[in-house]
Write a protein that binds this ligand. Structure first.
Ligand code: GDP
Ligand code: MN
Length: 378
């Protein structure tokens, strides 16, 4: 789960990291009020969960509160990179001397969190990694020992950070690490972390991703979830504990098991189709859960045919077949559906499908080919 900049910055402040004074607003009059309160110039920042808002026209410096209101009127309700701008953050403008990249992310290969910093901040880390990889400095953090001051000092020294700023830099690093740990983050990024003209260190931007598998023990974070900006199908899937990810193809997929789902998507691609989604109903799914999954796929307008691939183990094929019929009782559709059932209770399942005149396939290859043909109306 991703946090908006204004949410990340509030957490930064809670952990002793300096942020600009500012508040979030959802209408232009509020923006004007806040600008007057803070004193101009102010920066108006669209709160959308995507990087590079600056370049996309989502961030503007306003010299007067009138200008702030004008820009807010223009930007609120529009889209930045396809995402709706519902809120803007109004921050006091900061005089920047230098922009630093500063972030902590889990390094899966090293099996440790890594703190990365670079004095070439402001641009996205992926771009920086391509352009100037030697300018990114890394510290691996042993999760049992934590981040130590000597490591941060080494980093400050590699980055040629003036000694006078080290105390604040150490404070920022420790704050971000404590935050990363306490909310089960997989990414905590400040880009840019700036050195101001009057030599303070301030987090000008904030990006946080929280591990979805830990959300159950982070009630404060889950309350911050912005469901309006998520795909409605993904919101629905979460209710039924389904792993669902929307993709941009035309073949809807329902599969049990993540590995099988990946293999299924590969086969679809192999025969020239494109999966519309990844959907894993998990092991031992009940008919209700199968029905919910199928309804989610059916609600996706880009789906032209559905492929259901079930390898019965603890999942019972007859239960899956019942779930398919359950969904079709509720939703009136002419959508072509091709099903492959094999394993536990497959004969019972196939019988149910036959009685309902549903299309069954012998093998996965056969199933994929059929689904692709049907998606083209053949
Ligand atoms: P992003 O483009 O979505 O990453 O948004 P950022 O919050 O990182 O802002 C992009 C850029 O706008 C920053 O790298 C800064 O150069 C600039 N910027 C943002 N806030 C301020 C500010 O208060 N003062 C000044 N001078 N520039 C700012
Ligand atoms: Mn940024």
């Amino acid at each position: 789960m991703k946090l908006h900049e204004y949410q990340a910055k509030r957490l930064f402040a809670d952990f002793g990291i300096s942020i600009p004074k500012g508040r979030v607003a959802s209408n232009a009059n509020q923006v004007k009020e806040i600008a007057n309160e803070l004193g101009c110039p102010v920066v108006i920042k669209s709160q959308v969960l995507v990087g590079g808002r600056g370049k996309a026209g989502g961030i503007r410096l306003a010299k007067t509160s009138k200008e702030a209101k004008e820009f807010a009127t223009k930007i609120l309700g529009t889209e930045i990179k396809g995402l709706p701008v519902k809120n803007v953050l109004v921050d006091e403008a900061i005089d920047i001397k230098q922009e630093i990249y500063f972030g902590i992310v889990n390094d899966r290969t090293m099996r440790k969190p890594v703190l990365m910093a670079s004095s070439e901040g402001g641009i996205e880390i992926e771009e920086l990694a391509l352009r100037n990889p030697e300018k990114i400095f890394k510290i691996y953090i042993n999760p049992l020992i934590g981040l130590r001051d000597y490591q941060i000092k080494n980093l400050a020294s590699s980055m040629d950070l003036p000694k006078s700023l080290w105390k604040e830099f150490i404070n920022t690093a420790n704050g971000l690490w404590a935050l990363f740990n306490s909310i089960d983050a997989t990414l905590a990024e400040i880009n840019p972390l700036v050195i101001t003209k009057d030599d303070r260190i301030i987090a000008l931007d904030g990006k946080m991703i929280i591990d979805d598998n830990a959300i159950f023990r982070q009630p404060m974070i889950s309350d911050m979830r912005d469901v309006d900006i998520e795909e409605p199908e993904e919101v629905e899937a979460r209710k039924f504990s389904l792993s669902y990810i929307k993709l941009d193809g035309e073949i809807g997929c329902m599969v049990n098991g993540a590995g099988l789902a990946m293999a299924t998507m590969d086969i679809i691609k192999e025969f020239g189709g494109n999966p519309a989604n990844f959907l894993d109903i998990g092991g031992g799914a009940s008919a209700d859960k199968v029905a919910a999954a199928l309804k989610i796929i059916l609600s996706d307008k880009s789906v032209k045919a559905i492929l259901i691939n079930i390898f019965g183990g603890i999942t019972r094929c007859d239960e899956v077949a019942k779930g398919i019929l359950l969904a079709l009782e509720d939703v009136n559709t002419t959508m072509p559906i091709v099903v492959r059932l094999t394993g536990t209770n497959d004969q019972e399942g196939l019988k149910i499908l036959q009685e309902a005149n549903l299309d069954a396939a012998e093998s996965l290859v056969d199933c994929a080919k059929k689904a692709i043909q049907r998606s083209k109306g053949e």
